[in-house]
Design a protein around this ligand. Structure first.
Ligand code: M6R
Length: 367
């Protein structure tokens, strides 16, 4: 069932174009410039929303961060994201006007379920974004949207992250259009980016050999730092999480601008810095931070856009270029596939039990 791949994780990384096609199939309405998501959000309700609170854990939390960043930039609504185990509902005078969105692949994560229960008790409207039909979160929320990524076996979440972000982007478009705050033109642009995702991701997968080489070269480093700004920040966090989960190496993600406020003290020739230098992640500013770490001798692995203006090519030690034309706000999501492959090949080089990392479970059903 691994279809010739050594691990489920690698299989699932490679399934992303197909998973994404399923995720978006029938959901893009180019004529009206909106997303057709089968969800019960009447326009009067959408108009009345004061805040969207996203609750989720681990990788799903990072997908939520990506979405919150997007929502705030395209919809006139406050969007927050919280680690589910830290969540307290604070919904103001009319709690129903807060939409609480639980993002959970399994639909069974105890921390996320208890956050949703808290929100419901307080009177908020709840929505699940999940991969799993019939899961507990589906039964306990007012409504659900399925990410349709197909079953994910590897403990490290990969294809479901991509499908979560794609689904949440469609949801953001739907909400923005219903509220009238997202223009037809901008919506069309975003929908076009979503439509291009599967091919864009395939373009990255086609360059796996290059990523494997880089991963092997740096596998024995002391630690790994992932940096990115804006939409690149959740991707930096996700890259670091993936690497630590399966390779057991020390890895951390930061907003690129934070390096100089502390982490720079740890930067040496033995600590590669993986930098997101794509659209949607303020590449020029990040490049300045990249130069600071290069000056301290750290190898830099940059993910940049091939059709860009050669932003990183002179200064970065190494570029892993994105081979596709711009997918705008979704470029960081495409670039994330490089970090997935990087984590996989570092772990594989070390002979780790990639699909079943020590101490971890696919679905965490205790609080
Ligand atoms: O099923 P969920 O999406 O609710 O799971 C949340 C986290 O436990 C999960 O994403 C975890 O962080 C993964 N192992 C990450 O690869």
């Amino acid at each position: 069932e691994k279809s010739g791949y050594d691990h489920y994780m690698l299989k699932e990384i490679h399934e992303q174009p197909r998973a994404l096609r399923q995720t978006i199939s029938g959901r893009i309405d180019t004529d009206d410039g909106t997303a057709d998501i089968d969800v019960d959000l009447p326009s009067e309700y959408v108009d009345s929303i004061e805040e969207i609170q996203i609750v989720a854990c681990g990788t799903s939390n990072y997908a939520g961060r990506y979405a919150a960043e997007l929502l705030e930039s395209i919809v006139d609504v406050r969007a927050t994201v919280e680690v589910a185990s830290e969540y307290e509902f604070d919904g103001g005078r009319d709690p129903w006007r807060t939409l609480v969105v639980a993002v959970t692949q399994s639909g069974e994560t105890a921390d996320t379920l208890s956050a949703i229960r808290r929100a419901k008790r307080a009177g908020a409207r709840t929505l699940a974004v999940t991969n799993t039909l019939g899961s507990t979160v589906v039964r306990e929320t007012d409504d659900s949207v399925f990410i349709r990524a197909g079953p994910e076996i590897g403990v490290a979440a990969t294809k479901t992250f991509a499908s979560q972000v794609a689904t949440l982007t469609l949801l953001a478009v739907r909400i923005g259009r219903a509220r009238g705050s997202l223009s037809y033109g901008r919506a069309r642009e975003l929908l076009e980016s979503v439509r291009r995702l599967p091919n864009a991701v395939q373009g990255v997968l086609d360059r796996e050999d290059r990523v494997r080489e880089v991963a092997r070269e740096y596998a024995d480093s002391d630690a790994f730092f992932f940096v990115g700004r804006k939409l690149g920040h959740p991707v930096a966090l996700e890259g670091a999480l993936k690497l630590k989960e399966i390779s057991y190496d020390h890895a951390e993600g930061f907003p690129a601008g934070e390096l100089k406020h502390g982490p720079l003290a740890l930067v040496t020739e033995e600590t590669p810095v993986l930098a997101l230098l794509t659209d949607g992640s303020r590449p020029d500013e990040t490049l300045n931070n990249v130069k600071e770490v290069e000056a301290r001798g750290a190898p830099v692995i940059g993910a940049t856009t091939a059709d860009g203006d050669g932003r990183a090519t002179d200064s970065a030690y190494l570029d892993v270029e994105l081979p596709v034309p711009a997918t705008g706000a979704l470029e960081p999501l495409v670039a994330n596939v490089y970090w997935q492959l990087f984590a996989y090949h570092v772990a594989d080089e070390k002979g780790r039990p990639i699909d079943r990392p020590r101490n971890l479970a696919k679905s965490v059903t205790v609080e």
